[in-house]
Ligand binder design. Structure first.
Ligand code: NG6
Ligand code: CA
Length: 499
């Protein structure tokens, strides 16, 4: 009898071990908002210290030529989650009351992983639209992430600077009192709440007129909001609430493979780091928000370690677009910048067709499996979809992730071969090809660009070509001396457009 029990126990143990070994790796994407190439100490920053992210960079594959797909948030997120270029959908920065941008019949990264046995969650900034165009924030808010492949969502619906300033858990606003319903308008004032334009004396810091509407938590926002007072967030505590939800999600799903898309609001405006990080740098709120983001990242990684999950969890760390200082609020980010170079050696910023628009910190960390190294392979977040499909053994259907190329071995640092051609989306389209950077001419010069202060959009009515091997700062346009190459790159852009 004793022998039989031992025998049964060992069979059980072996099968548990086998399950553990066969278990697909968990995937965590840590997505920072507006973090520039030069904003981390592991990427050259000297005025801000980011030890927790540096641990990932120094222990995983640190990419020096990694790109988000676009120079603004919504298009980058669209491509990350669908493996499809955002220009195909005409995706641009969405207003806070926009309908869901991703069609519910489109294949998505979370949906694909779900099909392959993953439990999936998005926690943090969404900014991909919600509802069908007439969203009622007091009822069921749908369709949204749960209709495109996520099992769980805890969201800032749009951006911190756009109303509604509430958190949405699955289909419902958290903490809403139905006796105090939410009303939102992007056209006219609703309710009696003070606005930044009318009551600037109530503000913690001034804003431009676009951000000068309803005041929530002492900061004026884009758009008008009334009601929902019990549900309004305090910007300072949002990262901690996100961390708490992420820990809970991990604990509840540690037995199955999980996919967590953890989308920071830091370091986007309005920058309101919590008291413990105020003064963490000499740079004011922008630097302090970077330190807060680093801290929360560290806590998330520690939680995975505590649960014994780190060797079975791939962490991708990156940003949705390049850096910006004044993005509508006078929060002293410009005045207190000092020696810090948010874009590192690159030209431009968020919104820009120049390199800094899309070249962002990009790290893939998988302790025990991935060897620590630096990689200069040309990679884009658009390719994560097909690469993860490759990793989990999922065969893509013809219409699935149409612009995504499978290159898991490159993301894992086993190969240094990246994209032959890499598209960068902004007001125009740009193309990287080896050391060359081509920017497609455009007549577009949207009025919002002029509203943004000190922004270099990088657009021109002439073709622009730069050789990054000796002109990393994109100073000398060599298009007229290299007509053949310009033509070739133009043709490639047209081929992509007509695909
Ligand atoms: C712009 C806003 C800017 C920011 C951005 C979105 C104005 C003048 N500027 O339209 O403040 O909210 O949209 O940023 O309104 S992103 O990172 O989500 O793309
Ligand atoms: Ca952004």
């Amino acid at each position: 009898m004793k022998q039989l029990t031992i025998c049964i126990l060992s069979i059980m143990l072996l099968s548990i071990m086998a399950t553990a070994q066969n278990k697909k790796p968990n995937i965590v994407i840590i997505y920072v908002d507006d973090l520039g190439y030069g904003d981390l100490s592991s990427y050259g920053a000297t005025e801000v210290n980011t030890p927790n992210v540096d641990k990932l960079a120094n222990g995983g594959v640190k990419f020096t030529d990694g790109h988000c797909s676009a120079a603004t948030c919504t298009p980058s997120r669209y491509s990350l989650l669908t493996g499809r270029y955002a220009f195909r959908k005409d995706a641009a920065v969405l207003p806070g009351d926009a309908p869901l941008l991703i069609s519910t019949d489109r294949a998505t990264l979370p949906g694909m992983l779900k099909q392959n046995g993953y439990n999936t969650a998005v926690i943090g900034k969404w900014h991909l639209g919600l509802g069908n165009g007439d969203v009622d924030w007091n009822g069921k808010v749908a369709p949204g992430p749960l209709e495109i492949g996520f099992d769980y969502s805890y969201l800032i619906p749009s951006t911190g600077d756009r109303v509604p300033s509430v958190m949405l858990e699955n289909h419902h606003v958290v903490g809403l009192d139905q006796e105090d319903p939410i009303e939102i308008s992007y056209k006219k004032k609703v309710g009696t709440d003070p606005t930044g334009i009318e009551n600037p004396e109530l503000l913690r810091y001034p804003s431009d007129k676009f951000h000068g509407k309803t005041i929530v938590n002492g900061v004026s926002r884009i758009g008008y909001m009334s009601g929902g007072n019990s549900a309004r967030f305090r910007d300072e505590t949002v990262p901690y609430q996100m961390l708490h939800k992420a820990r809970t999600f991990i604990d509840e799903h540690q037995e199955e493979p999980f996919f967590l898309y953890f989308a920071f609001h830091d370091i986007h405006v309005p920058r309101l780091p919590d008291a413990r990080f105020q003064g963490a740098t000499d740079m004011g709120v922008r630097g302090d928000a970077i330190v807060q983001m680093d801290y929360i990242t560290g806590e998330l990684v520690k939680h995975l370690e505590k649960r014994g999950l780190s060797e079975n969890t791939i962490i991708v760390f990156s940003s949705d677009n390049g850096p910006v200082l004044d993005d509508g609020y006078t929060d002293e980010s410009v005045e207190r910048l000092g020696k810090h170079q948010p874009a590192g050696p690159y030209r431009g910023n968020k919104y820009s067709a120049y390199e800094a628009g899309t070249r962002v910190p990009t790290i893939v960390y998988w302790p025990g499996t991935i060897v620590a190294r630096e990689s200069d392979a040309l990679v884009t977040q658009t390719d994560l979809y097909a690469s993860f499909a490759e990793l989990v053994g999922h065969e893509l259907e013809a219409s699935e992730a149409p612009d995504s190329e499978a290159m898991w071995s490159t993301f894992a640092g086993e190969s240094f071969e990246g994209r032959e051609y890499l598209l960068e989306e902004s007001v125009t389209l740009a193309l990287r090809h080896g050391q060359y950077k081509y920017i497609h001419p455009t007549k577009k010069n949207p009025s919002w660009i002029k509203l943004e202060k000190n922004i270099e959009a990088g657009v021109s009515t002439e073709a622009q070509l730069f050789d990054l091997s000796n002109d990393v700062g994109e100073q000398e346009n060599i298009a007229s001396k290299n007509k053949k190459l310009v033509k070739k790159l133009q043709k490639e852009i047209e081929r992509i457009q007509n695909n």
